[in-house]
Design a protein around this ligand. Sequence first.
Ligand SMILES: Cc1ncc(COP(=O)(O)O)c(C=O)c1O
Length: 419
Amino acid sequence: MAFMLSVPGNTPVDRHLDTDGLAQVEFGADIKEKEFFLRPDISFFNHGSYGAVPRRVLKLQEEYNREREVHPDFWFRLNAKRYLDQARELVAQYVGAHTDNIQLVRNATTAINCVVRSYPFAAGDALLRCTFTYGAITNLCEDFTSRIRPDVESVNLQLSFPPASEDDILKEHEKILSQHPNIKVAIIDHITSPSSIIMPLKRLVDLCHSHGVKVIVDGAHCLGQLPLDLENLGADVYTANAHKWLYTPRGCAILYLSKESQAWAQPPNTSWQIGRSLDKQFFDQGTQDHIPMICCKHGLEFYQAVGGMDQIVKYTRTLADEAVKLIEAEVGLKPAALPKSMEAPNLRLLEFPPLKEFPISSENLWKLHRALFGETSVFSLIVPVSGKFYLRICTQIYMTREDVASLVQVLKDFFSTQA
Ligand SMILES: Cc1ncc(COP(=O)(O)O)c(C=O)c1O
């Protein structure tokens, strides 16, 4: 096979993350200073949007970049696919999937766009989403069913926030699936964003399948935050970003396609590889930067070397719980009353009271961010959910109780100025 060719002076290097000392670095200030480039003075509560890449992973990314620049032809024609396949194999093992069922793409948005656009809907079929579907994907559903396939119906399941229980979510899905037998595909978020709910995924997948409905899972926040076992989950499609919670440079998501989905799913772009195996088609999306995807291998190495999910989530969940308690006690913001089983390990929402100066609007959202955090070295996201503003806090291994104290102080200062 051409990709396995070894060319003198261009032999692929079997790179691994240097994990020396990582098991000993303490979470909190120590790991932040030694392993991340984050500004030492900031209390950064928004890992969830774009992640933060460890220095050691960035160093390897730079090595691949240099290798590519030494001989771009050898890189694209020979080495890149080989590295990419190694990364796919490793990450597939980690998420409990066969390597052939995993492709690497730039992000979750790309993954969901390509599968929705390639599903063979017949005229009159419907696509299901819900109140908590991610905004960009809601836009995709609307654009797809109005501009691209106006003969396909868009069904939006209205759910209230916070949900009362997992059973409640199941009941609402059961109702809408029975009312709309033309639904052929459902988009279900594993952890919703920004509302930060863990959906009862396995039960929803089974329910949809019992109605003959295919399930596309948006797990953008789940790789690194929740254990995944994709072959046993049985979803038709599952995507998750590695660049959020798996310490990977931006531009890498997994796209799981069940064997059956591979009969219809198409990559985003038609390329030179048309008609060839899916891994070749996904690899060749025109000239692109594969290096963030290749580096998910090293993001995963970092993740495991610092203690894996057990250690990471133990730390982040504890910090999130403490932060919520303290903010409630000191500032008076009420945590969103989610059932415990639906609470994401690293994400929490706290409700803002109505603010006279900042009635709910998208313009006021950014004004409120500026008013709250503009003059401080704290940053957290404020998100609108079901007609209210919430503070969304994310916790990560580089954060400390001192960060929480800084956030509490900033909130107190702000609320002392509000009537
Ligand atoms: C649930 C969900 N889906 C999709 C996305 C989109 O991810 P990306 O911008 O990497 O495509 C996000 C990003 O935050 C998300 O939270």
